[in-house]
Design a protein around this ligand. Structure first.
Ligand code: NA7
Length: 535
C-alpha cells in the first residue's frame, strides 16, 4: 500500500472516538487547536461501540455516568433508565457528536498501526491501516482501558465448527440463540450481564466458571421524572459529592468503621445498600477495603444473599465467591443469580480442571464433555495497557513503549511517560481511571491536557515530558496506595493477573480526590516534574 503524508501537521491527533476522544476533540477545538480523531471502528462510542452483547449496560447510575462539562447538555438529555443500556449510550454519544458539531473531526475505520516520535522533526508520525501518515505535534491516546480483548487460546479451538463470539467484539447485527445450546466461558461482569438474556433464548446454557464473582442487584428501573428533575435542579451538588469520593461516584460513603458499629446497625446498613442496589455497596463502611474483618462480614452477607436466591444448594455454594469482597470489581446484575433456578441453565465448575480442549462439537472442561452450538467467550480484556500495546508506539531514539513497560507501565500521573514527549494517555495506567466513574476521570484528564497545551502554546514551549525519576516515585506511590488496601489480595485485571505473562503491577490509582488535587498542584507549579523545552 502506498503511504500518503498529510501536508500540514496537526496540533494534535486523538486516537479513539469513545467518551475520552470526543470530549478531547471538543476541548481542543474550542481552544483553537487543529485536532483530529482517528477511530478503528465504523462508529463512535469506544467500549460502548464494541460491547454490544445482550444485557450490556453501564453499572454506574446514568445520572452520574454522563458528561458534566456542559450544563446545557446535562439539562436537555433524558436517560430513560437508572442504568442506561448500551444502545441508549450510543444514542447519547450520537447526540453529543451532533450537538457539539464533532462529526467532521472524526475519521472512522482508521486503525493506528504505529505512532512514532520523529527525533528530527519533533513531531509524531501516525501510521494508519489505510496507508496514511498523519503528522501531529501531540499524540493523545484515548484508546480506552477495556478495549483490547483477552482471548485465551485453548487447545483445538480452531477445530470448533459452531459459532463463537467474544462479548467485547459482539457482532453489530446481534446473535440469535433461539433453540441453541450455548456455552459461556467466564463469570465476570460481561457474563453476569449477558447470561440472563442469553438464557431467555437458548435451549440449553452452560456457564463455565473458574472463579465466582460478587454481584449486587442493579434494581434497574425507568427513571422517575420527579427524581430526575430534583437532580437536575441541583446537578452541581451531585457532581461535587461524587468528585469528593474515592471513586468519583456518589456512593453515599459511610464515614463510619464497621468495627465501631453494633451488629444490628451493620446489618441494617448492608440491607439498605442491597435494597438500593449497585456499586454503592462499596460505601457501606469506611474500612471495607482495608480491614479484613469488615470485608469478611460483607462477603458473608453476600454469600447469604446468594444462598437465599439460588435454590440448588450446590450451585449456590459454587456461585459464592471465596475471596476478598471488592478485590475484583464487583458486578451489578439484573437477575443473574435467579437465572440458575431455570431448568435449562447449568453452572459448570472449572476451577479444578480448566478448559482442556475445544473440539469440533464442543468443550472439554471441568471433567465434562459438553456438546454445543455456540461458545461465548466472556473472558474480559487485556486491561489498561492492552490497547496501547497493540500500537507500535516509539518515542525518542526509537524506543518502544511496550519495551519500556515490559515490567509494568511506568507513567507520571498515568498521563505521560518519560522518553515519549507530547504523548498523552487519557485515563492511562497510574491514574484513577477504572477505579472511578470513568467519565469524571476522562473529563479531568482532558481538562488537564487542554490546559497544558494552552500553557505550552502561551509560553512558546514545543515539548513536554515527565522526568524519569519523578515517574518512578509516582509508580511506587501507586503501588503503595494499593498495598495499603485489600486490593492486592486476588488475581484481578487491575493487577494484570488475568492475562498470562502480564507483569503483576497494580495499574489504577485508588483515590480520585487526592489525585485530582495532585494534578492541580502540578499544573499550578508550572508542570512540576515535567521537562518543558522550546526545542
Ligand atoms: P472479567 O471481569 O475479566 O471476567 C473474565 C472472566 O473470564 C472471568 O470469570 C475469568 O475467570 C474468565 N476467564 C478468563 N480467562 C479464562 C480462561 N483461560 N479459562 C477460564 N476462564 C477464564 O471481564 P468482563 O468482560 O466480564 O468484565 C470486565 C470489566 O468490564 C468489568 O470489571 C466491568 O468494569 C466492565 P477468572 O476470574 O480469571 O478466574
Amino acid at each position: 500500500m502506498t503511504t500518503q503524508t498529510t501536508t500540514a501537521p496537526l496540533d494534535a491527533i486523538i486516537v479513539g472516538a469513545g467518551f475520552a476522544g470526543l470530549y478531547m476533540l471538543h476541548r481542543l477545538r474550542k481552544s483553537g487547536f487543529n485536532a483530529r480523531v482517528v477511530e478503528a471502528g465504523s462508529g463512535a462510542g469506544g467500549t460502548w461501540f464494541w460491547n454490544r452483547y445482550p444485557g450490556a449496560r453501564v453499572d454506574i447510575e446514568s445520572m452520574q455516568y454522563s458528561y458534566k462539562f456542559s450544563d446545557e447538555l446535562a439539562q436537555e438529555w433524558n436517560w430513560s433508565e437508572r442504568y442506561a443500556t448500551q444502545p441508549e449510550l450510543l444514542t447519547y454519544v450520537a447526540h453529543v457528536i451532533e450537538r457539539f458539531k464533532l462529526a467532521d473531526g472524526i475519521q472512522y475505520n482508521t486503525r493506528v498501526n504505529s505512532a512514532k516520535f520523529n527525533d528530527s522533526t519533533g513531531l509524531w508520525d501516525i501510521d494508519t491501516n489505510d496507508g496514511q501518515v498523519i503528522q501531529a505535534r501531540h499524540c493523545i491516546m484515548a484508546t480506552g482501558c477495556l478495549s483490547s480483548t483477552n482471548e485465551p487460546s485453548f487447545p483445538g479451538q480452531s477445530s470448533f465448527k459452531g459459532e463463537t463470539y467474544h462479548t467485547g467484539r459482539w457482532p453489530r447485527e446481534g446473535v440469535d440463540f433461539t433453540g441453541k445450546t450455548v456455552v459461556v466461558i467466564g463469570t465476570g461482569s460481561s457474563s453476569i450481564q449477558s447470561i440472563p438474556e442469553i438464557a431467555k433464548q437458548a435451549k440449553q446454557l452452560y456457564v463455565l466458571q473458574r472463579t465466582a464473582n460478587y454481584s449486587v442487584p442493579a434494581h434497574n428501573q425507568p427513571l422517575d421524572p420527579a427524581y430526575v428533575a430534583d437532580i437536575k435542579a441541583n446537578y452541581g451538588d451531585l457532581r461535587a459529592r461524587g468528585l469528593a469520593q474515592p471513586l468519583a461516584y456518589d456512593i453515599n460513603l459511610n464515614p463510619k468503621l464497621c468495627s465501631e458499629l453494633p451488629p444490628e446497625e451493620v446489618r441494617a446498613e448492608l440491607d439498605r445498600r442491597w435494597a438500593w442496589g449497585g456499586l454503592p455497596i462499596y460505601g457501606a463502611f469506611a474500612d471495607l477495603l482495608v480491614d479484613a474483618k469488615t470485608n469478611s462480614i460483607v462477603a458473608d452477607y453476600m454469600r447469604e444473599k446468594i444462598r437465599s436466591i439460588v435454590k440448588d444448594a450446590k450451585t449456590a455454594e459454587l456461585l459464592s465467591p471465596k475471596g476478598t469482597f471488592g478485590c475484583k470489581r464487583v458486578c451489578v446484575d439484573t437477575g443473574y443469580y435467579q437465572t440458575y433456578n431455570l431448568p435449562h441453565v447449568e453452572l459448570v465448575d472449572i476451577s479444578q480442571i480448566g478448559i482442556e480442549e475445544i473440539t469440533a462439537t464442543g468443550v472439554s472442561a471441568g471433567g465434562r464433555v459438553i456438546d454445543t452450538d455456540v461458545i461465548v467467550f466472556a473472558t474480559g480484556f487485556d486491561a489498561m495497557t492492552g490497547s496501547l500495546d497493540r500500537i507500535n508506539i516509539r518515542g525518542r531514539g526509537d524506543v518502544a513503549l511496550k519495551d519500556k513497560w515490559a515490567a509494568g507501565p511506568i507513567t507520571y500521573l498515568g498521563l505521560m511517560s518519560a522518553g515519549f514527549p507530547n504523548l498523552f494517555t487519557i485515563t492511562g495506567p497510574g491514574s484513577p481511571s477504572v477505579l472511578t466513574n470513568m467519565i469524571m476521570a476522562i473529563e479531568q484528564h482532558v481538562d488537564f491536557i487542554t490546559d497544558c497545551l494552552e500553557y505550552l502554546r502561551a509560553n512558546g514551549i514545543n515539548h513536554i515530558e515527565p522526568r524519569h525519576e519523578v515517574e518512578l516515585v509516582w509508580g511506587d506511590h501507586v503501588q503503595e496506595v494499593a498495598n495499603g488496601t485489600l486490593l492486592y489480595s486476588c488475581n484481578s485485571w487491575y493487577l494484570g493477573a488475568n492475562v498470562p505473562g502480564k507483569p503483576r503491577v497494580f495499574m489504577p490509582y485508588l483515590g480520585y480526590p487526592a489525585y485530582a488535587e495532585k494534578c492541580r498542584d502540578v499544573a499550578a507549579n508550572g508542570y512540576e516534574g515535567f521537562d518543558l523545552s522550546a526545542a
